[in-house]
Design a protein around this ligand. Structure first.
Ligand SMILES: Cc1cc2nc3c(=O)[nH]c(=O)nc-3n(C[C@H](O)[C@H](O)[C@H](O)COP(=O)(O)O)c2cc1C
Ligand code: SF4
Ligand code: FES
Length: 625
């Protein structure tokens, strides 16, 4: 007996959104089984489908296409994607529901994603959300706009705009979908944009509000920010761009890796792994092909340095990737960008296209005979996808669930092949190393932490933004460059490294900002977050927000992390309400036990660091509960 599942068909708009992504890659549907019109030739059994099944990596782009066209992903639309890619519907549903920016229940096409994360809280995000609740209704309530289109607002974790907090991201679904940010913004501004008063992107923020040092001739990583047109390849080349690649092509892959190793460059994505060693490991793998990934997922609350590089110096990221591909023997690279960065996506896509038309990407890079190209892939709202193996799963069309290691990505990475993955800032250092030489690079900074470093300053500091200083600069010196605490207030505590980082007190202000210096005081540089809190800030509320962040973002694979992040949040709520279970000391002991269990038995860094900021706040005594 044939079983026919009768379900409503995907609408023409849903189908055309999916087709626009899939047809150029796998061709139009060849039978009714694959989503085309049914004919008698289709028969009673599905045959073939292997090619489409081999392109499971197109699942996220197809989901994005429907989300952006309609504003949510209906069951028929999901079913259509499944037929076209030969993906079991249960699996596709599991993927669609994993990512916060995909909606699988009907939702208005215009959405304001209002950041309520730690830096925005310091600038009144909770008050903004309360005002929106009062004027529009609870988060998710549909509201009518001037032209009759429905809109709504939702709370969001950090949008990577902390230097201009409080921030919101607007997504507008339709035939020409748009996304744009507004920062700083208040409830009136959000409501006005939702009503349709101003749905277009406003003027771009003044670069000085993002990089207060812009224009300083001593800058290296930020040298081009605010000085050259980031959309112009000619301007990039005139400012020394592509000299690093020219040198790499001249000296060859082995010497290129030697140069990067001699520079002592350590990865800037948080783990501080030696970049040269990673490249050498990939280059030596016999398995082919080799892949390259640029990690631009930047979702650690308080981090926005990679966004600034991608928006203001996109060619430097592409040049860094091209050098890395040449050195490690990769002919294909993926730049995985968080979905919350629409301007960066536009700039990077344009830069890739410009480099390709100039012959700096493609089958014969710069006439050298070496082939390399880059594909831009977008995340969909999942912090865990910054973890390298979760990121591979996401590109491959799965839930962003980290893999057990070993094997490490250098052996078994993207699509099961040797893969070199590096952070955006790491890659922007690479052209400098090749152009100026390893010795010049290593002369900056310290023995253990060479080169310049970007820091993301936010919270109660006079001039928030991205700052570049040599490694070894003390925290006090960095804060002085940023103008210190505003209006004569006193610094009470600093969060180093983001939600996964550590709180330190003012007594640690003379700590040199290096990997080794922060390690010595039991902290970590992480992704370069320096968030400043003064005596007026609600630190217990901040800790509860951090706990809620990890509870939301845990992928749920490991029990200690899945349960521990929930228990940690509940415990903080009890303490904040003054209703400890047993004594406060019992609760603090339990918190430490939960943290230890997560550190010992979680398979990835999320679970291993989910309690570190909270435990450190108790340790330095700035939060007494
Ligand atoms: C939960 C979690 C989130 C992460 N997020 C990022 C991220 O957003 N960007 C990044 O470059 N690295 C992130 N990492 C680190 C990556 O796993 C990886 O170490 C890094 O991309 C390697 O590049 P690097 O050697 O250039 O630092 C994250 C790690 C964990 C455990
Ligand atoms: S530690 Fe947490 S986030 Fe990492 S794999 Fe386990 S459950 Fe997922
Ligand atoms: S943009 Fe709101 S905390 Fe970063």
């Amino acid at each position: 007996m044939d079983i026919h599942v009768v379900a409503p068909l995907a609408s023409p708009a849903e189908r055309s959104a999916v087709d626009a992504v899939l047809d150029p890659e796998i061709g139009p549907p060849v039978s009714g089984w694959r989503g085309g019109a049914r004919t008698t030739a289709d028969g009673h059994a599905a045959r073939g489908g292997h090619e489409a099944r081999g392109r499971r990596d197109l699942l996220l782009p197809a989901l994005h296409a429907v989300q952006e066209r309609i504003g949510w992903i209906s069951q028929p639309a999901l079913g259509y994607i499944c037929r076209r890619l030969t993906v079991p519907p249960a699996e596709a549903y599991g993927v669609a529901t994993f990512y916060a920016m995909f909606a699988t229940r009907e939702r208005p096409p215009i959405v304001a994603h209002v950041c309520d994360d730690i830096a925005c809280r310091l600038s009144g995000a909770e008050e903004t959300c309360a005002e929106l609740e009062r004027t529009i209704g609870p988060a998710g309530t549909p509201a009518a706009t001037a032209d009759g289109t429905a809109s709504t607002w939702l709370r969001s974790p950090c949008l990577g705009l902390c230097e201009r907090a409080p921030a919101a991201l607007f997504t507008v679904a339709g035939e020409t979908p748009r996304a744009f940010e507004a920062a700083p913004v208040d409830a009136i501004g959000i409501a006005a944009r939702l009503r349709g008063a101003s749905r277009a992107r406003g003027p771009e923020a003044d670069v000085r509000a993002i990089v207060p040092q812009a224009g300083d001739p001593a800058l290296r990583l930020l040298a081009r920010v605010g000085r050259i047109d980031p959309t112009s390849l000619a301007a990039y080349r005139a400012s020394g761009g592509y000299e690093g690649l020219a040198r790499a092509l001249e000296i060859g892959p082995v010497a290129t890796i030697e140069e990067v190793t001699a520079s002592r460059l350590l990865g800037r994505g948080g783990a501080a792994f030696p970049t040269g060693r990673k490249w050498a490991a990939v280059a030596s793998q016999p398995a082919q092909p080799h892949y390259l990934v640029c990690n631009a997922d930047e979702s650690e609350p308080g981090t926005f340095k990679d966004r600034v590089l991608l928006e203001h110096d996109p060619f430097a990221v592409i040049e860094g990737m091209t050098i890395e591909a040449f050195a490690t023997g990769a002919s294909r690279g993926y730049l995985y960008l968080r979905a919350e960065y629409p301007l960066a996506a536009t700039r990077v896509a344009a830069a890739i296209a410009a480099a390709r038309s100039a012959g700096l990407l493609g089958p014969d890079v710069a006439g050298s005979g070496f082939a390399f190209d880059i594909e831009l892939r977008r995340g969909a709202g999942a912090y865990i996808c910054g973890e390298e193996t979760a990121l591979f799963e996401s590109i491959e069309g799965g839930r962003g669930e980290p893999r057990n290691k070993p094997p490490f990505p250098v052996e078994v990475g993207l699509f099961g092949r040797p893969t070199a993955i590096n952070n955006v800032e790491t890659l922007v250092n690479v052209p400098l190393i090749l152009r100026d030489g390893a010795a010049a690079f290593a002369a900056v900074g310290t023995e253990g932490s060479s080169g310049p470093k970007l820091f993301c300053l936010s919270g109660h500091v006079a001039r928030p933004g991205v700052y570049e200083v040599p490694f070894g600069t003390t925290l006090r010196e960095l804060l002085d460059i940023a103008g210190g605490a505003p209006g004569g207030r006193t610094i009470r505590v600093i969060l180093l490294g983001g939600a996964a980082g550590t709180f330190i007190g003012p007594e640690a202000l003379d700590t040199p900002l290096t990997f080794e210096g922060t390690r010595a005081i039991g902290a970590a540089l992480g992704s370069g977050v320096v968030m400043v809190f003064d005596e007026t800030d609600d630190l217990v509320g901040t800790l509860r927000r951090i706990a809620a962040f990890f509870r939301d973002e845990s992928c749920g694979q490991c029990v200690p992390c899945r349960v521990g992040t929930v228990r940690q949040e509940e415990l903080l709520a009890r303490l904040a309400a003054g209703r400890p279970r047993g004594s406060t000391a019992d609760e603090v002991g339990l918190l430490r036990e939960i943290g230890q269990a997560m550190r010992d038995a979680s398979i990835c860094g999320l679970g291993q660091t989910a309690s570190s900021a909270i435990e450190s706040a108790l340790r330095v005594g700035v939060v007494t509960v």
